[in-house]
Design a protein around this ligand. Structure first.
Ligand code: SF4
Length: 371
């Protein structure tokens, strides 16, 4: 029988209620598991006696297994390979950052050492973006909410996680219920992350963006725009056909009006496709009335998958200049992107079993973004 993760909150609450057990015990169970991921249920003190048989019969502290941790040579990033109960593999990446150093082109800021965790929400992805390794895998499965939260539990054994970015494998808004449930768990005791420290990256699933702002206010939203016009978007992101750019921008307008927060725009720079001066002007006009931060992401060719080329540094710099000086749009350039999952969703492994993954040692940190 497949056990549920103890971090499948909805399931756990329903089972408690069905058995007449007070759900107020849930945070203390989660806290114990967070501190002792390999615990046995009987080791958790001070629970009603009816809790133990229920947990033993239906739940496991962790349903996923941490198979490997690959540290970058500079110690900045750690890539976690996790095997789910189904046998499928997903990745999560810890990115360490010290605001005082002002690394990756960011300015030194007060704060100190901190870690951001990039989590996966699906095994594979059905959106099929042409430049993306995960997209080439196709869609395999949605993660359960507990499987998403377990990535945080595993990572918390390695580092003190302060921020979460949903930029790993999958389109998070295509796994909406699990995403919302996982974020609710992450923002409650014992994790207590502020929603403002959680960033959800999407290709622009309009109906889900409209709903998300009410289900979880104050989240950071990152939109993988990647082109300033619908035609080019459709060429490189087939899923964009279902989400016309004009309607997407309308949804973002409403989102921004409601949230009063900046929106992060991710733009992967593909040589000769979307990186010309005219594209910069089109993007500038599209975004000039929004409060956005644009992250330009020099494309990283991944093995044979690459049918695109990386934009030259000169082109990237001129693109940035147009956005900044003509349209006054805050624009950053990811220094070593493609590998940089903090700049675009789904740049993770195409073949996890063979561990052909993006180079975690070149990842930058979401906190380098001017949040
Ligand atoms: S870029 Fe994101 S949405 Fe597109 S295929 Fe990759 S994981 Fe999916």
């Amino acid at each position: 029988m497949a056990y549920r993760s103890i971090f499948d909150g909805t399931e756990l609450r329903a089972e408690f209620e069905k058995s007449g057990i007070n759900t107020r015990f849930i945070p203390s169970i989660w806290k114990h598991v967070l501190q002792n991921p390999n615990c046995k249920w009987e080791e958790i003190p001070s629970l009603p006696s009816t809790v133990y048989p229920l947990l033993n019969s239906k739940f496991k502290p962790l349903t996923s297994t941490l198979c490997s941790v690959t540290d970058s040579t500079d110690g900045v990033t750690s890539k976690l390979l996790l095997q789910l109960q189904s046998g499928a593999f997903v990745e999560a990446v810890i990115m360490r950052y010290d605001t005082r150093l002002g690394r990756y082109g960011g300015k030194p800021r007060p704060g100190g050492p901190r870690s951001t965790l990039c989590v996966s929400s699906q095994v594979g992805c059905k959106m099929g973006c042409k430049f993306c390794a995960t997209g080439s895998m196709g869609f395999k499965n949605n993660l359960l909410a507990g499987e998403i939260v377990e990535q945080l539990v595993h990572a918390s054994c390695i580092s003190n996680i302060r921020n979460i970015v949903f930029m790993g494998m999958g389109e998070p808004l295509n796994n909406y219920m699990a995403l919302v449930e996982a974020i609710r768990t992450m923002t409650r005791s014992p994790f207590q992350l502020s929603p403002r420290r959680v960033t959800v990256s999407t290709v622009g699933i309009i109906h889900a963006i409209n709903k998300l702002q009410y289900d979880i206010p104050n989240l950071n939203l990152a939109v993988s725009l990647h082109a300033p016009v619908q035609d080019i978007r459709c060429q490189i992101m087939p899923a964009a056909r279902a989400f016309p750019l004009e309607k997407l921008m309308d949804a973002l307008r409403v989102y921004q009006n409601n949230s009063q927060q900046k929106i992060f725009i991710e733009y992967i720079m593909l040589d000769g496709v979307n990186d010309e001066e005219q594209h910069a002007h089109q993007l500038g006009k599209l975004l000039e009335t929004f409060e956005v931060v644009v992250n330009l992401i020099p494309f990283n060719p991944i093995g044979d998958l690459s049918r695109f080329r990386t934009s030259s540094e000169v082109k990237v710099n001129s693109f940035q200049k147009v956005l900044r000086s003509t349209y006054n749009i805050r624009t950053t350039v990811r220094k070593q992107m493609g590998q940089d999952i903090s700049g675009a969703c789904g740049q993770l492994a195409v073949n996890l079993q063979e561990k052909i993954c993006t180079s975690a040692d070149r990842l930058a940190d979401i906190e380098d973004l001017p949040l």
